[in-house]
Design a protein around this ligand. Sequence first.
Ligand code: AMP
Ligand code: TRP
Length: 341
Amino acid sequence: MTTPKFPRRVFSGIQPTGDLHLGNYLGAVKRFVEMQDAAWETVYCIVDLHAITVTWPGRDEMTRATRELTAAYLACGLDPDKSILFNQSAVSAHAEIGWIFSCVARLGWMNRMTQFKDKAGKNAERSSLGLYAYPALQAADILAYHATHVPVGEDQRQHIELARDIAQKFNLDYGAAYFPLPEPVIDGAATRVMSLRDGTKKMSKSDPSDQSRITLKDDADSIAKKIRKARTDPEPLGETLEAMEGRAEALNLVRIYAALAEISPEAVMAEHGGKSFSDFKPVRADLAVEKLAGITAEMNRLLSDPAEIDRVLMNGADRAAEIALKVRKDTYDILGFVSRP
Ligand code: AMP
Ligand code: TRP
C-alpha cells in the first residue's frame, strides 16, 4: 500500500459553550488566524455536536453561544473569504463518518482518553455514551476534510493521536491508504495556559471561579483586576527561565505575556527578569487590555446583526459540505455500501 501525498489542509474546532478565555485565544484561535494568514487552506468549525455531551445547554443558549463563538472567530481575525467557517451540525458528514469511526476505534483506545476520565470524574457510569465516543467524532471532523494539520492546545494532543490511529487502522483494514494521518500543531508560548488562581490547573471554561480566567467578554477593568490579583509566589521574577523552574504560577504569567507580545519567553526574561511582580503585573495588564479590548468591542458589534452571522455560517457550511460529502461518499464506496452512482 503506497501512501499518497495529501495536500496541506488545516482543520480545527472549538465547542460553543462557555465564554472563550485567554487559553482558547492564545492556544487556539490566535494560531488559527496565523495559519490562515500564512496562506494555508484552513477550515475552522464550531463543534456544536460536541457541546451536548455533558449537559444540554438548552435551545436558546446553544443558538446564542454558536453565534457568539462565530463573532469571536471573526473579531479575532478569521476571514470567511480566506477560511471556511461553519457549525458542525450543518454538515451531515461529521456524524456519518463519526459512526464509521466508532466502529474502527477499539474500546481499549477509548479507555485511555484522559479527558473522558477528567470530565466524567467519579460519575463515569452516569456519563453519556456521547462523552465517551466523542474522540471518534473528533477524528471524523478532521478526516472528513482530509486535513493534515490540526492546531490545538496541549490538552488535545491525545485526541489527535487517536485520530491518527483511526486513520491508520481504517487504511490498513481496507488496504485503501485513503485517509491522511493528521499532525497536531502545538506550538508557541501558550499551548497550556494555566488558571490564574492555581498554577497546577489549566485555565478552563468550566472552572467555578471566574477569577481563574480572563475571557473575551471581560472589560478593561476586570482584565486588569484579574491580572493584579493573579496568584504568584512572593519571590521576584527570576533572571532566566531556568531559574523559574518549579514556579508554575510565575511561569504562567511570563508565558502569557510572551504569547500576547508575540515574543519568546526568553525575550520576556531578558527584558523583565529580576523585576518584582508588583512591577511586572501592571505592564502585563496593559498589554492584555490593549490586545483584547478591541476584540471584545468588535465581537459586540458583530453580535448586533445575528442574521449576518448566520449567513457567514451557512455559506461556510455549503463550502465545507462540498469537501466532506465527497469524502463520505468515497468512504461508503470503500466500505461497499450500496448508493446512487
Ligand atoms: P475547548 O474550550 O475545550 O473547546 O478548547 C478549544 C481549544 O482551545 C482547543 O484547541 C484546546 O486545546 C484549546 N485550549 C483550551 N484550554 C486551553 C488552555 N488553558 N491553554 C491553551 N489552550 C487551551
Ligand atoms: N475536542 C476539542 C476540545 O474540546 C474540540 C474539537 C472537536 C476539535 N473537534 C475537533 C479540535 C477537531 C480539533 C479538531 O477542545
